[in-house]
Write a protein that binds this ligand. Structure first.
Ligand code: COA
Length: 257
């Protein structure tokens, strides 16, 4: 891979988009590499995936505008579909995903962050959807995931104005979970990933699936889904171990079974 690298340590994988001369902008090759890296990680025993950008300035400064300026509608549709497939690997992955936003997260960068389960930003991060200023619209899920996360009114204001907002502004509207000093986003994401990794892996997987369901179905169907997942976990050794460990006043030892 030319633009994406993955490092694993202690069951936590860090996927870094590294195309610093273009502020990590996403051309079709970068998107394909992100998708491939996430597919590869799906076959491994990792407990959390962190996505970040290389360098000090950018998380991802959006889709590659120069590359898009050459696309016809068929190529644009293909680009949107491969991008959406990669985003679905973050969103739908049974493994929790965390965006460590270390700088510009514009357009496609913001959309990668939105596809993750949790977003941590350094205080120099900048968010926004500048697509309409280019005569296009978000094509990697922004118009769908942003309203679901922060509500339709604020989402439409951001998408229709193309305005950039600071990390503090993003925190205020619930676009990011927490803001940390510059240079500390990755460490903060690692710390959240470690907290998650200490829990029962099957429980975490089913909890994510149930929370995802809340975005997709009505309340009654969602509650049904939750109670099914709840009951299913009672067939696992980890559930027995987790509850027994509490009763016996000791640390649980989870096996993922
Ligand atoms: N697509 C393609 N190239 C991009 C890019 C993008 N989305 N974002 C940045 N780059 C490139 C610049 O063209 C420049 O390349 P060059 O050195 O070969 O000219 C390099 O990255 C550095 O960017 P530059 O604009 O010089 O940095 P800056 O600090 O002055 O501005 C930004 C930073 C992020 C404000 C500015 O690059 C920008 O507005 N980028 C586009 C953001 C955007 O609209 N994204 C959504 C696309 S749908």
């Amino acid at each position: 891979m030319d633009y994406v690298r993955v490092e694993e340590e202690g069951g936590i994988a860090v996927l870094t988009v590294d195309r610093q001369d273009k502020l990590n902008a996403l051309n079709p090759q970068v998107v394909e590499e992100i998708g491939q890296a996430l597919l590869d990680l799906g076959n491994k025993e990792v407990r959390a995936i962190i996505v970040t950008g290389a360098g000090e300035r950018a998380f991802v400064a959006g889709a590659d505008i120069a590359a898009m300026s050459e696309m016809d509608p068929i190529e644009a549709k293909h680009f949107a579909e491969t991008s959406n497939a990669a985003m679905a690997l973050l969103d739908r992955s049974p493994i929790p995903t965390i965006a460590a936003v270390n700088g510009f997260a514009l357009g496609g960068g913001c959309e990668i962050a939105l596809a993750c389960d949790i977003r941590v930003a350094s205080e120099n991060a900048v968010f926004g959807f500048p697509e309409v200023s280019l005569g296009i619209i978000p094509g990697m899920g922004g118009t769908q995931r942003l309203p679901r996360l922060i509500g339709p009114g604020l989402a439409k204001e951001l998408i229709l104005t193309g305005r950039r907002i600071s990390a503090a502004g993003a925190k205020k509207i619930g676009l990011v979970n927490r803001v940390v000093p510059q240079g500390e986003a990755l460490d903060a994401a690692r710390s959240i990933a470690s907290e998650i990794a200490g829990n029962g892996p099957l429980a975490v997987r089913h909890a994510k699936a149930a929370a995802n369901k809340a975005q997709e179905v009505d309340l009654i169907s969602g509650l049904d889904y939750e109670s099914d997942q709840f009951a299913l976990l009672f067939s696992t050794r980890d559930a027995k171990e987790g509850m027994k460990a509490f009763v016996e006043k000791r640390e649980a030892s989870f096996e993922g079974r």
